[in-house]
Design a protein around this ligand. Structure first.
Ligand code: PLP
Length: 422
């Protein structure tokens, strides 16, 4: 929320005015803050430290939240591991200088080619999500002469009380191994010569604001770990997934990392296993914003529209989840000449679902810049080229410097892989 701060020249991120970024790099443009990314990571580190767990824990950034190489590289430099869900993400992490030995590989549909690539890279662990996957992985590992390190991703059947599209730990979800089947599947895994049983994993959903469901899941996982140990299957690590929510609205605060994590960490403090987390949104969400310019103001009888140059293809969360992002005028206070009124903030895409915010009270002029806040997670990562729109530029602010970390696509690139009939 505090990413963009008002100065006499309008909103700034760290030491740089957003108006200057728009002038240099154009709009729409994603803007990230190195300091904010670093602080979000430090909040996890500090919480682990406070429970005496820093030495035997690993924070694996969930790459799918934002996979830009500069962001991956920054987290790698901070010591993070990575949670990947595809061979593409594996390649990105390695290209960004990430350590293969700190990668965990999640996902319900890993292909054999992806398994092979991850085995050859020497990743830390596969989070296996089904009985079939375990058999496939065993075969692939055998064929390349390796043992695959494995956790089972168990589905603890707890309700995380979040949006149904991002709720993953209920019995009805496609994710993970049903809790009641996990014990037997561990016993099967322990008999497979090309599988090395290493740990256990769970991830119950995203944008979680109440720590109770995650703590309940942790209790179930720990009980299973103890039952497995009693049967001779001793696990080295416990991975409690990601999911911690962030503040999207000024009037709806999210818990601090220390408070959200405390119930889980206190349960782990007296144990011997290594601890892992897979945070995505909470490391990047509030460290980024989407900068956009008002193209057209269109007053109407029922609604007033502000058509901006960013759209659902740039930031899909409002259209997909009806998600809220705070939207702020970048101009310095007092520079608006329009009257404040309630606007629908919409993009140019030909869909009525193409909106970035409903009913926002703003004093706008055509040409004004707007900052769509808390857009660092699941923003650029979900962007598409719908309507043949080149994807936005991305920049990272570092103090008073700005670095271009992804060039704006140009239109010719959008159809460079296509061909007409002979
Ligand atoms: C998406 C995902 C995460 C990250 O979730 P956040 O809510 O962004 O923290 C972690 N683990 C797995 C397996 C995921 O699919």
């Amino acid at each position: 929320m505090s990413l963009a701060v008002m100065h006499e020249d309008g909103l700034r991120v760290e030491g740089v005015a957003l108006a200057e970024i728009a002038a240099r790099f154009g709009t729409p443009c994603y803007v990230y803050s190195r300091a904010a990314l670093t602080a979000a990571y430090a909040a996890y580190r500090d919480a682990l430290q406070a429970h005496g767990l820093a030495q035997r824990s690993l924070i694996c950034y969930a790459v799918k939240a934002n996979s830009n190489l500069a962001i991956l590289n920054l987290f790698a430099r901070l010591g993070a591991g990575f949670d990947i869900v595809s061979g593409g993400e594996l390649a990105r992490v390695l290209a960004a200088g990430g350590d293969a030995n700190k990668i965990v590989f999640s996902g319900v549909g890993k292909s054999r080619a992806e398994m092979r690539a991850a085995l050859e890279a020497g990743i830390h662990c596969f989070n296996v999500e089904s009985a079939s996957e375990l058999e496939h992985l065993s075969e692939v590992a055998g064929s390349v002469g390796r043992r695959a390190p494995v956790s089972l991703r168990v589905n603890p059947d707890v309700d995380p009380k979040t949006h149904p599209y991002i709720s993953t730990g209920l019995k009805s979800a496609k994710f993970g191994v049903a809790f009641d089947e996990a014990f037997d599947l561990y016993r099967r895994a322990a008999t497979l010569p090309h599988i090395a049983v290493k740990g256990i994993d769970c991830h119950i959903g995203s944008q979680l604001l109440d720590p109770a469901p995650a703590a309940e899941a942790a209790d179930k996982v720990l009980a299973l770990v103890d039952r497995l140990a009693a049967a001779g299957i001793v696990l080295e690590h416990i991975d409690l997934g990601g999911g911690m929510g962030i503040q999207y609205r000024a009037d709806a605060p999210a818990p601090a990392a220390a408070d959200y994590l405390a119930p889980m960490l206190s349960r782990l403090a007296g144990r011997r296993e290594k601890l892992m987390f897979e945070p995505g949104r909470s490391l990047v969400g509030n460290a980024g914003l989407l900068l956009t310019r008002v193209e057209v103001l269109k007053p109407g009888e029922e609604k007033h529209f502000a058509v901006v140059d960013a759209a659902m293809n740039d930031l899909m969360r409002p259209a997909l989840y009806d998600a809220w992002h705070d939207i702020a005028r970048v101009g310095a206070d007092g520079t608006a000449t329009g009257t404040a009124m309630s606007y629908e903030i919409v993009g140019p895409v030909c869909e009525s679902g193409d909106f970035l915010g409903h009913d926002r009270l703003l004093a706008l002029n055509e040409g004004d810049l707007l900052a769509i806040l808390s857009a660092g997670a699941y923003g650029m990562a979900m962007a598409s080229n719908y309507n043949s729109r080149p994807r936005a530029a991305e920049v990272m602010v570092d103090g008073s410097a700005v670095h271009l970390i992804r060039r704006r696509e140009d239109v010719a690139q959008l159809f460079a892989l296509e061909s007409t009939l002979p």
